[in-house]
Design a protein around this ligand. Structure first.
Ligand code: 13P
Length: 339
């Protein structure tokens, strides 16, 4: 393992003014997004859509540090035969790859999930590296709720097995010279308040870093992708932007060692403007010990998806919408965004 190089990549992923485009929706998830805009989810439509994003010159060269791809996409070529990975590289962004294989029900823990995909991961990482991937992503999902048996979730069991898998994945990535994005997502579905989200996320992050240490993952060669401390979507009392920023920074300072080069948030169902406003407000609370930026999926893509709507004549409008959101988030990653 060359830790200097891993650290260089991780630092570039969170460079000030830039962040990550999460374009790694699984076939099931992208179908849901396409259904919403009335587009059939065929292999060529998925290619055309992602090619549109990766050819957005302004966004890709100025505000996007890296792109997380899905397995199908990393092997696809643009219409003119150029591999999509090459399009990303030629814009100056770093290609990355989602390597988890989704979630399964966790036995004995009703309503809880464990992320799978460790089998043969070392072999898959080798192929992805050869194709150009320099970072990877693995997402663990932790839900807050009453659980189907009324015992209350998350359980320590779910937190533990997911943290263990995240660390196993991260160690395999570093051994393959790939920077792991470690993503333990505490969902914002549900009616819990921001303080419950804070408390659960704290437990999840503490357990995750404990496992990372046990499994000898080099913190200098990884990026953390957490949720913000935020009110559940159905909570009657929604925390303010300032409250989200203050509590998220307090939480991260308590749980994330300064050796970690960067933190890149998921948007998790926030509106695109909220996701921008929250990141911006956090930078008003600096200086911060790590790079702090975005790794948004929905909050970067909702607008371009709508503008494009599957029509070739809308490609320029889709690219403008994507570049706008990327620029807004780029500004927010420096605390320079204004509503
Ligand atoms: P969202 O920003 O839509 O939550 O997606 C980010 C991501 O990569 C989730 O794994």
């Amino acid at each position: 393992m060359n830790l200097t190089e891993l650290n260089r990549i991780a630092t570039a992923m969170v460079a000030p003014g830039k962040g990550i485009l999460a374009a790694d929706e699984s076939s099931g998830t992208i179908k849901k997004r396409f259904d919403a805009i009335g587009v059939e989810s065929t292999e060529s439509n998925r290619r055309d859509y992602r090619e549109m994003l990766f050819r957005s010159r302004e966004a890709m060269s100025q505000y996007i540090s890296g792109v997380i791809l899905y397995d199908e996409t990393i092997w696809q070529d643009a219409k003119d035969g150029t591999p999509l990975v090459k399009l990303i590289e030629s814009s100056g962004a770093i290609p990355g790859i989602k390597v988890d294989e989704g979630t399964q029900a966790l036995p004995m823990c009703p309503g809880e999930l464990v992320t799978v995909g460790l089998d043969k991961l070392a072999e898959r990482l080798k192929k992805y590296y050869e194709r150009g991937a320099r970072f990877a992503k693995w997402r663990a999902v932790i839900d807050i709720g009453s659980g189907t048996d009324g015992r209350g979730i998350p359980s320590m069991t779910a937190i533990g097995v997911n943290a263990h898998a995240l660390a196993r994945y991260a160690a395999l990535c570093q051994a393959a010279q790939i920077v792991p994005i470690v993503e333990p997502e505490v969902l914002m579905d549900g009616d819990h308040d921001i303080d419950r989200c804070y408390e659960v996320t704290q437990r999840v992050l503490n357990k995750t870093f404990q496992e990372l240490r046990v499994q000898r993952v080099a913190l200098e060669g990884m990026v953390l992708k957490p949720n913000m401390a935020i009110s559940g979507k159905k909570c009657a009392k929604q925390a303010s932007v300032e409250d989200v920023a203050e509590k998220t920074i307090r939480l991260l300072k308590a749980c994330v060692p300064a050796a970690v080069p960067g933190i890149a948030f998921l948007s998790g169902g926030q509106s695109d403007e909220e996701a921008t406003a929250h990141l911006n407000a956090m930078h008003k609370l600096g200086p911060l010990p790590w790079g702090l930026t975005f790794s948004y999926g929905r909050a970067l893509q909702a607008a371009p998806q709508k503008a494009w709507s599957g029509k070739a004549e809308n490609v320029a409008a889709g690219q403008r919408a994507f570049s706008h959101r990327a620029r807004m988030n780029g500004l927010a990653s420096k605390g320079e965004w204004q509503s």
